[in-house]
Design a protein around this ligand. Structure first.
Ligand code: ARG
Length: 458
């Protein structure tokens, strides 16, 4: 396609250079935002008398038609164009004639591309937030069912203290709530309009940037034209928010993988989200969870990539900045895919509460409560801690557990032991006694669930 910027140069570039320079392969994704932005631009130009009302109408009608034709497939994007902005303007001019050439008045591709990217990431932000809300709902619903299902809580991957499976799941819900909050915050700074900054210095036309921003749903405008066309911090912020989100999804995935293993068997993943092995007939692999964990690396990489691309750039626009799009688009797509798979995978998993309880019974996870029992009878905590440790050791050596160790054995370690020790170390009681705010008791988990439901508007 003929170049629109031939003027001082003849535009006779090497085809290899054209291909290298072109971004249409990936910025065509912003076609809708580009056209919507241009319709607002035409309206602003007409309202300020920079073009006539009739010209404004012709531009708007032509642009709307292009959008519709793209959506119905009547028009396909010509990938020999340099970028989506050039393509739209070119088709517009072919279709409506000379007036099409007026669209680019008081605008540059520099503010145009920044506008398109902000609008695109705003949409992605909304879509991803919606998917997180769906995941939160499944977490809350599952936690509700398992407020009282006992499992061992771990530190250092060693059985530590009893928690409910619901409490464990709600830990992830809290992380995701913060991810939602970060997205909302990031959206605020993304939702600032750069259009009207033009190439870098603003324009001599009497434009109305506020009006144009308002038409496009922006909450404000960039107050320095060089900043408006140069920074991509909103994209970096989106990437870092997505990187943190992926870290959370990855940790949850790692636990699903562990829990689904024969060693744990706390959950069984539905057939719909497991794969077999081509050689080992018994295998049920948690591939989806592994992929979520694996894809986290790629989103981290995209964050680091954009930070690095931007770090040495002098103001204002530099072509390096064309490299801003692929990474952030890929990160958005990756996150959306992961959320779309993780949510039904969690919803359909079978929770093996019996195995969780069995694991909880074998790990002396009530040893802290045994020590607390002695403390409540007047013993200093450090002494109680030591005696409890000796009892656990005795149990290990003799193949017993705290729940069934006879009273006389207990009393060999301390006179303070009475028959009420069994109630004090009962696993369910251990869990239910943890009534401190945010603790694992069913009432606390209930509060957490209510909080999440409120945040997601249920
Ligand atoms: N394709 C370019 C990009 O993605 C659009 C802006 C080009 N501006 C310019 N002055 N060359 O950044």
């Amino acid at each position: 396609m003929a170049k629109m910027w031939t003027g001082v140069t003849a535009g006779k570039t090497d085809p290899l250079a054209d291909d290298f320079n072109s971004s249409i392969r990936f910025d065509k994704r912003m076609a809708r935002q580009d056209i919507t932005g241009s319709i607002a631009h035409a309206a602003m130009l007409a309202s300020k008398g920079i073009i006539t009302e009739a010209e404004g109408d012709a531009l708007a009608a032509g642009l709307a038609e292009i959008l519709e034709d793209l959506q119905t497939g009547k028009l396909t994007i010509d990938e020999s164009c340099e970028d989506i902005h050039m393509f739209v303007e070119q088709v517009l001019t072919e279709r409506i004639g000379e007036t099409g050439k007026k669209l680019h008045t008081a605008r540059s591709r520099n503010d145009q591309v920044a506008l398109d990217l902000r609008m695109t990431l705003r949409d992605e932000n909304d879509e991803i937030s919606g998917l997180i809300r769906k995941l939160l709902k499944v977490l809350a619903d599952t936690a509700e069912k398992h407020k009282e299902s006992i499992m061992p809580g771990y530190t250092h991957l060693q059985r530590a203290q009893p928690v409910s499976f619901g409490h464990h799941l709600m830990a992830y819900a809290m992380m995701l709530l913060r991810d939602l909050e970060r997205l909302k915050d990031c959206r605020k700074r993304t939702n600032v309009s750069p259009i009207g900054c033009c190439a870098l210095a603003g324009t001599t036309y009497e434009t109305d940037r506020q009006m144009e921003a308002g038409l496009l749903g922006f909450e404000g405008i960039a107050m320095n034209s060089m900043d408006g066309v140069s920074d991509r911090d909103f994209a970096v912020e989106m990437l870092s928010t997505l990187a943190i989100l992926m870290m959370h999804l990855s940790r949850l995935s790692e636990e699903l993988i562990l829990w689904a293993s024969w060693e744990f068997r706390f959950i069984s993943l539905s057939d719909a989200y497991t794969t077999g092995s081509s050689i080992m007939p018994q295998k049920r692999n948690a591939d989806m969870a592994e992929l979520i964990r694996g894809k986290t690396g790629r989103v981290y990489g995209e964050l680091m990539g954009l930070l690095t691309t931007l770090k040495g750039l002098p103001l204002a626009y530099n072509k390096d900045m064309q490299e801003d799009k692929e990474g952030v688009f890929d990160a958005c797509d990756t996150v959306k895919m992961c959320l779309k798979v993780l949510t039904p995978m969690l919803e359909s998993m079978q929770v093996n509460t019996g195995n969780m309880l069995l694991a909880a019974q074998k790990g002396f996870i009530n040893a802290t409560d045994l020590a607390d029992y002695l403390v409540k009878k007047g013993m200093p905590f450090r002494t109680a801690y030591k005696i409890s440790g000796q009892i656990v050791r005795h149990c290990m050596e003799t193949g017993q557990v705290l729940e069934t160790l006879p009273p006389e054995s207990y009393r060999e370690f301390s006179e303070l032991f009475d028959d009420d020790v069994y109630a004090a170390i009962d696993l369910k009681a251990c869990m239910e006694k943890r009534i401190s705010e945010g603790g694992t008791s069913a009432s606390s988990v209930g509060k957490q669930i209510a909080l999440v439901r409120k945040e997601i508007g249920e």
